[in-house]
Design a protein around this ligand. Structure first.
Ligand code: CO
Length: 466
């Protein structure tokens, strides 16, 4: 039986997020879009995740403008984004009205497939986004944040998959952020999910631990429908398996993707100098390119790994890298053994850095650590460490309801706050996610428009201080 495997290309989002800290600019991407559009990918993942933050914060770009340019260029290819459930693209839970408006605007600006996940796999945090995507006629894909641990049995994954099907999702993604899914386990997991649900199953993994392409092979044989790959110059390491390699692997088999290697070679040729430049500038750290089998022990996803490297570099404490890596699973256990994916990966990662650098565990706790202990991110599969809870939040009673039920609608207030700078409907959403960073960007944008060098500001009368 013929069963062509579908390919989602990640170069514009996850690949560059995992390898070069999401610093690829729109200008660097646009010239190749026309060629990419001819390939016949199932989808191109190009937006969401950390790209939104990076656009505003580091690249001084409007993420919405980027999306519209993608939409203009990709005439035949579906555009996919990564969406953090109730946390949207930010790091805290938002009220339902903001989540709904964000989904609506994402679809209106060109997104076809919204991949929605929750860092705790608490499905209550996904329902609003899924329902909103249904309403906008966007494809709602729910991603299971894959992880290992006592609670995460085959039975756990089957039950949760069934519930995802019931909640109105159009497909399911197994989202293996850290490359923890080894080949034969992938075979078991895909088989189990295929027996449980009728939805298409997509597999997303990272090469961090070196097994990813074998994992794809076994998953495909077990019936997975779609795999996520990255064009070779930005493949492997903390990124995805190489697109060309997977295409060649299945050529002439019932799983033949049908993708054209000549086109893929042109795309690879385009991105190779960008990779070389990133290596030269140090943006691409060779540490993140090889096989790091330690990640199987520490279960650290690619994006988190490169974040930890740069956090420690900033502190001049690079020598503490492996010490911090060892602290990560301990902190994770304290916090109820959640999967490690944004924002839980940042929460666990930053707390681990604090614990190591301060020389005493939880001597200082971040606001986010406190909030996760307070139940503000949702329910964890395992109970949290009571002693740690006591040290960090004292006698405070954690919440057990869906966290967003406690949040008042916030959109109107946000609109008022941003009115001075707003130039388009979408600006309120940028502001909602990153108030300070977005405001700085709005000022920068206004200065540019008025012909003032945004780097300098208008010193004469003090306007546009950026
Ligand atoms: Co990923």
């Amino acid at each position: 039986m013929e069963k062509p495997i579908k390919i989602t290309e990640t170069i514009l989002r996850d690949a560059q997020q995992s390898l070069i800290a999401t610093r690829m600019s729109t200008e660097e991407m646009l010239p190749i879009i026309d060629t990419m559009d001819k390939v016949g990918y199932h989808a191109v993942e190009c937006w969401g995740g950390a790209t939104f933050d990076a656009c505003l914060r580091f690249l001084k770009e409007d993420p919405w403008e980027r999306l519209r340019k993608f939409r203009d260029g990709f005439k035949n290819t579906k555009l996919q984004m990564l969406f953090r459930g109730q946390n949207i693209l930010g790091y805290r839970p938002y009220a339902d009205d903001v989540v709904e408006y964000f989904v609506q605007k994402s679809a209106a600006n060109g997104i076809d497939i919204i991949r929605i996940f929750d860092c705790l796999n608490d499905l209550r945090n996904l329902q609003t986004a899924v329902t909103a995507a249904n309403k906008e006629k966007a494809h709602a894909q729910v991603a299971l944040s894959f992880t290992l641990g006592d609670a995460y049995t085959l039975d756990y994954w089957k039950k949760i998959a069934k519930r995802i099907e019931d909640m109105g999702a159009d497909s399911i993604c197994i989202k293996d952020m850290a490359g923890l899914l080894v080949p034969y386990k992938a075979s078991e997991l895909v088989t189990a999910l295929k027996e449980t649900v009728d939805l298409p199953i997509e597999l997303h993994t990272h090469y961090t631990s070196g097994v990813a392409s074998m994992t794809y092979l076994k998953a495909v044989e077990a019936g997975v429908d779609i795999i996520d790959t990255a064009i070779s110059p930005f493949a492997m390491g903390t990124s995805q398996p190489a697109t060309e390699v997977m295409v060649e692997t299945f050529k002439g088999t019932p799983y033949d993707t049908g993708l054209n290697q000549t086109l893929l070679a042109q795309i690879a040729d385009y991105f190779r100098p960008i990779r070389d430049k990133a290596l030269e500038s140090g943006l691409l750290n060779p540490k993140n390119m090889g096989v790091d089998i330690q990640t199987l022990l520490y279960q650290v996803p690619g994006g988190m790994l490169s974040n930890l490297t740069s956090q420690l570099k900033e502190q001049g404490a690079e020598d503490k890298f492996y010490e911090v890596l060892k602290e990560v699973p301990r902190v994770r256990k304290d916090l109820g053994e959640p999967p490690l994916v944004t924002p839980s990966s940042q929460i666990v990662g930053t707390q681990s850095v604090f614990n190591v650098l301060m020389g005493e565990r939880y001597k200082m706790a971040t606001k986010e650590t406190k909030d996760i202990l307070r139940g503000k991110y949702g329910a964890t599969v395992k109970p949290m460490n009571e002693e740690v809870k006591k040290k960090v939040i004292g006698e405070e009673e954690p919440i057990t309801c869906r966290p967003a039920d406690l949040l008042e609608p916030e959109l109107d207030k946000l609109k008022e706050d941003v009115a001075t700078w707003s130039e388009q409907d979408e600006d309120v959403l940028s502001y909602a996610l990153f108030p300070q960073v977005a405001t700085d960007f709005f000022k920068y944008r206004a200065a540019q428009k008025d012909g003032i060098d945004p780097e300098l500001g208008d010193k004469a009368n003090g306007t546009y201080p950026v």
